[in-house]
Design a protein around this ligand. Sequence first.
Ligand code: GLN
Length: 279
Amino acid sequence: MVVSNIFEYRKFHMEQFWQAGLPDAEFECNCILEQVAGMPWHRIQEISLDQLQEMQRMTERRISGEPLQYILGEWEFYGMKFFVGRGVLIPRPDTECLIDLVSEKFRNLRNLKILDLCTGSGCIALVLKKIFPDADVIGIDLSPDALAYAVKNKAYHALDVKFLQGNVMDSCLPENFDVFDLIISNPPYLTSQEMQILQTEVSHEPEMALHGGVDGLNFYRGITRIWKSKLKSRGLLLYEIGEQQGAAVSEILQMQDFENVKITQDLAHRDRIVSGNKI
Ligand code: GLN
């Protein structure tokens, strides 16, 4: 059976979104419709009963608070598609400014050695490999679930990044690696208090990708201390941070003798990056 009054169905789903108080009803409904039909929604001529049922299931998941990105199973980061789902942090637009900063700082440099700690979906590592095709890029994460997505994303983009499972807070782990020009990380950085008041959607994401200890700073302290020896002289350590963490993370780098310690803001003018060079 084929149903052709797309506009009516779109409206029907949008109304469910509105009633559930979801603010981006039209955008999200279009995303779901496009995913189900496999084409831009304004080009859809007809939709099957199976597709309609699929759409209703997705709408119900969304209304129950699951993030749209998990329901679609994919999301865009820096113009590239990434597979995502339960067990992996969803790439955020905030993180794109890390890529901008690295592209600018390392422009024209060849054969870079790059390490991405807490790589999650692999979005940072894979985008950097795309921008610097001759770089050696390694991504490490503790979560096998997250790494499964990283590996799938790597295969999809046919990019030669090495993804490894490991605990970046384990002081012995660096022994297995040579030195890097850049160590980059978007570690878990929410405080215990912030974890208590997560937005419904964020509460579906893995705690281990979000929670950075009581004050949110555990990973900055640990990674800076443990991985410093794996940066080349003048190498760059670059962290995504929460907007309130600029001063504290800068201090962690300064205490470990990093120089040029700097806070950079994202497009919304919130502090988003702390970076510093190893002396
Ligand atoms: N930026 C994320 C958030 O606010 C947190 C990601 C992280 O802890 N690395 O939900």
